[in-house]
Design a protein around this ligand. Structure first.
Ligand code: NDP
Ligand code: MG
Length: 384
């Protein structure tokens, strides 16, 4: 049977690459719902090509324009963030690909789990904010959460077929655009410099997170929840060549790694086709052309956000939710040129310092923490 896919965030970087996979394997996958936030024109074009059952535009302001643009198509149109939650519960959907960015991804993930749908998860913020609740809900409902993030897909692939629990996870990191820059130069880096990632073309938010290396910190948190691993057993290795996508260590000391071209379509397709593998008609990786592969420890003096993420994970409670909210506010302010690159870190530290700690947050506590941390972060940003 075909997988009937709700693709949340179909107009984004992961969303568009997921459509490449659906396009390649029409006998396996069908897009049943496509969604965007503001980009109604691209969503209308996608609707014309894929003829999904429905589309959702999260920002209601664009509902009319989108409806008019596709009035001639047999496609239902819904609007609003609440509609995302409702749509994933539809009985004609088997799989939810969550390619939303930021906190907005959390509630649709929970709705998909509640409705018993398989979740292919790119939206790492889901697990950063409320990994404990999300994994518990998935366990209760026996819903698989399959990672799309390349490092977690690599670990997932290394774990397949193993009966023994791993002893260590090693997440590889490219180091981002500032790998070789001094602390002073990083402090005042421009938006253009921060957006120039050497290896990956991604959405703006994750590209800035890669420059601060908070993205790697988020991935440590993501791995903690996805694989039930304690933070002290999750390490990061700088690997600028981006060939080894991550490694797993087993009790006998054996290390397994997954290698390949840095192309997100490989982990996206695997998340959909698992446990099968399908053909991908792109040039295969030539290991003899890989050159030297290097691995080194990250420098948390120059990239303090990675250290802050570990500290938040160890503190637990609502700390990672607060960290995520502060970061979303800070990245937005940096991209709008309201604060410097170095101010991103200061916003994180200030917000974590001023927020109330909640040891065992409920979903409502996470919602309130997110709102409150954004307010604190915004006040700090406005004081700059
Ligand atoms: P993009 O910014 O490219 O795309 C985000 C998508 O979500 C767009 O479709 C956007 O719509 C939609 N969206 C944004 N905000 C909202 C909102 N408030 N409500 C509803 N929809 C919204 O992001 P990426 O594709 O780069 O990243 C998606 C997720 O995948 C992130 O969590 C990221 O960390 C993760 N990831 C991404 C990788 C990559 O290579 N890009 C690699 C690994 C993980 P619109 O187009 O209208 O703005
Ligand atoms: Mg990643």
């Amino acid at each position: 049977m075909k997988q009937q896919i709700a693709l949340l965030g179909s107009t984004g970087s992961i969303g568009r690459q997921t459509l490449d996979i659906i396009r390649l394997h029409p006998e396996q996958f069908e897009a049943v719902t496509l969604t965007s936030n503001n980009n109604w024109e691209m969503l209308a074009n996608q609707a014309a090509e894929f003829l999904p059952d429905s589309v959702v535009i999260a920002n209601k302001e664009h509902y009319r324009k989108l409806s008019e643009a596709i009035a001639h198509l047999p496609v239902k149109v819904y609007a609003g963030e609440d509609a995302l939650c409702q749509i994933v519960a539809n009985s004609n959907i088997t799989t939810v690909v969550n390619a939303l960015v930021g906190y907005a991804g959390l509630e649709p993930t929970l709705c998909a789990i509640e409705a018993g749908k398989k979740v292919a998860l790119a939206n790492k913020e889901t697990l950063v904010v409320a990994g404990d609740l999300v994994m518990k809900a998935a366990l209760d409902k026996q819903v698989p959460i399959v990672p799309i993030d390349s490092e977690h897909s690599a670990i997932f692939q290394c774990l397949a077929g193993e009966a023994s629990a791993p002893t260590r996870l090693i997440l590889t990191a490219s180091g981002g655009p500032f790998l070789h820059m001094t602390a002073d130069d990083i402090e005042n880096a421009s938006v253009e410099q921060a957006l120039a990632h050497p290896h990956w073309t991604m959405g703006q938010k994750i590209t800035i997170d890669s420059a601060t290396m908070l993205n790697k910190g988020f991935e440590v948190i993501e791995a903690r929840w996805l694989f039930g691993m304690q933070p002290e057993h999750i390490e990061v290795a700088i690997h600028p060549q981006c060939v080894v996508h991550s490694l797993v260590e087993f009790p006998d000391g054996a290390l397994k790694a997954q290698l390949g071209t840095p192309d997100m379509r490989i982990p996206i397709q695997y998340a959909l086709s698992f446990p099968q593998r399908l053909e991908l008609p792109y040039p295969k990786f030539d290991i003899t052309q890989a050159g030297n592969l290097t691995f080194s420890k990250p420098d948390t003096d120059r990239f303090p956000a990675l250290r802050i993420a570990y500290e938040s994970l160890l503190r637990g409670g609502n700390s990672c939710c607060v960290l995520n909210a502060a970061n979303e506010a800070a990245v937005e302010a940096f991209l709008s040129r309201k604060i410097t690159f170095g101010d991103i870190r200061r916003t994180l530290e200030h917000t974590l310092d001023k927020s109330i700690f909640i040891a065992r947050p409920s979903l409502d506590d996470y919602r309130a923490s997110n709102t409150e941390a954004r307010r604190i972060a915004q006040q700090f940003i406005d004081s700059k």
